[in-house]
Write a protein that binds this ligand. Structure first.
Ligand code: PHE
Length: 451
């Protein structure tokens, strides 16, 4: 079923796409990954991936989504693509489940921290006290499950209300606010005692730190942060109108998304060095550092509350997009009502994320390939499934999709598709055909070699 719902304004298109891209990936995951993989070197490779691979694959997803006007599975059916390409859709649907399985746990942490901010962090202000607080919260099974499920209830409530009303209205107001508040805190961080060390860590690449895990991690982070490689953007593009410019929307999204991640780094790392935290502290990094920053400010609890509320909303606009891939599929292919699709998928996600929320406590001893369940969901989806989806999308759009369609979708509306294409269009097509597939394949092969 072609989807008739359309985003109403150009701002709506950008806000929803950026709303999907900007989320915990930028503010929680980017600093923690950069911290684990050596800072500057990671940032540099990450930015290269965003530009060389991220932007073209985003544009490729947009092309398929808008051209077909369909959900992920419907799109490849309508294109009469060979079975291999349909796997893009199924990789995407599975990725949605796996990502939601750990993402909603961290989104639940934002709710806990809103609550903690409101109650003054139980008086904890020192690094040790905040560390202990994080531990006692994340090892407590019940409390984490409660916040995770509350978050999911909010997410699926918004989802059940439909595309435009739910998504567009919220992200139009709150994303700019997040941007503004991040900026204020960045400036604050520049005055901390550890500022020089923190900025050097983030911006000065130490090339000796580059190994396969840095490169794989940076590629995964680029895909994850741009929400690309799994059909989220394809689904959103099916709601775009013919007048949306796909390349400029991809570039704008990538620039804003990267800016937010870099701002999060500028906010976090000076504080990390000021408070004597290890940059490689992992998923807990941001949740310990942020409250420590707020504790140094006048009216710190209020700032903390505001910040975690905005972080929660940023997470929500991302989980809405993650959920929408699957919901659009149920509605489009299975002819389910939106309500039924919401309930069924909501229950599936709730079960998986409850399980992963126990990874830090009761299930901490359970590990596969040296990772707990939470880390495993994250690693498999971000570092393997999204790049794999991206590889297939690049190959399909670059080599299989008729060139006329690709050019016409990428060019401004009304342009003669037989006229020579502008440089931007040619660059995107070149990357889809050569750079993306070769780079992704090379990194996968490198990862498979014995180390
Ligand atoms: N890009 C989102 C973030 O950075 C996460 C996400 C990944 C959303 C994949 C949709 C698809 O938080």
């Amino acid at each position: 079923m072609a989807n008739n719902a359309k985003f109403t304004t150009r701002l709506g298109v950008i806000a929803a796409t950026v709303g999907s891209a900007v989320g915990l990936g930028n503010i929680w995951r980017f600093p923690y990954e950069a911290g684990m993989h050596g800072g500057g070197a990671f940032l540099l490779i990450y930015v290269l991936f965003v530009l060389l691979i991220g932007v073209p694959v985003v544009a490729g997803e947009f092309v398929i989504g808008r051209y077909t006007g369909e959900n992920v599975v419907g799109a490849f059916k309508k294109l009469k693509a060979a079975p291999l390409w349909h796997s893009v859709a199924y990789i995407g649907l599975l990725s949605s489940l796996l990502i939601l399985g750990f993402y909603s746990v961290v989104a639940g942490w934002t709710l806990e921290y809103i609550y903690q901010a409101a109650t003054g962090f139980g008086g904890a202000a020192s690094q040790e006290a905040l560390h202990a607080q994080f531990d006692s919260f994340t090892t407590s099974g019940g409390r984490q499950i409660f916040w995770t499920l509350l978050f999911l209830a909010i997410n699926f409530f918004v989802i059940s209300r439909g595309v435009q009303k739910g998504i567009e209205r919220m992200s139009n107001i709150l994303m700019p606010m997040l941007f503004a508040i991040l900026f204020v805190f960045c400036v604050n961080s520049l005055f901390m005692p550890g500022a020089t060390e923190g900025l050097a860590f983030l911006f000065h690449p130490d090339f000796s730190k580059i190994d396969v895990s840095t490169v794989l991690g940076a590629m995964g982070q680029a895909f994850f942060s741009l929400s690309v490689g799994m059909g989220v953007l394809m689904t959103y593009a099916s709601y775009f109108s013919r007048s949306t410019r796909l390349i400029s929307t991809s570039v704008t999204t990538a620039v804003l998304d990267t800016l937010v991640a870099v701002m999060a780094g500028v906010l976090i790392f000076p504080a990390v060095f000021s408070f004597g935290e290890a940059p490689a502290a992992g998923p807990r990094l941001v949740f310990e550092i942020l409250p420590a920053i707020f504790a140094t400010l006048p009216a710190g609890s209020l700032w903390a509350m505001l910040f975690f509320i905005l972080l929660f909303v940023a997470a929500l606009t991302s989980t809405i997009s993650l959920s929408e891939v699957v919901i659009a599929w149920f509605v489009g292919e299975w002819r389910w009502s939106r309500g039924k699709a919401t309930i069924v998928y909501g229950i599936a996600v709730a079960l998986l994320s409850s399980l992963s929320s126990l990874s830090f406590g009761p299930l901490a001893g359970f590990s596969i390939f040296g990772m707990n369940f939470f880390d495993l969901l994250d690693f498999v989806s971000s570092n393997i499934m999204l790049p794999l989806g991206g590889l297939l999308i690049a190959l399909y759009t670059g080599w299989k999709l008729p060139r006329r369609i690709l050019r016409a979708q990428l060019s401004a509306p009304g342009r003669d598709p037989d006229a020579p294409s502008p440089l931007a269009v040619r660059l995107i097509i070149f990357s889809l055909r050569f750079i993306c597939p070769l780079a992704i394949l090379a990194i996968f092969l490198w990862g498979l070699l014995p180390h």
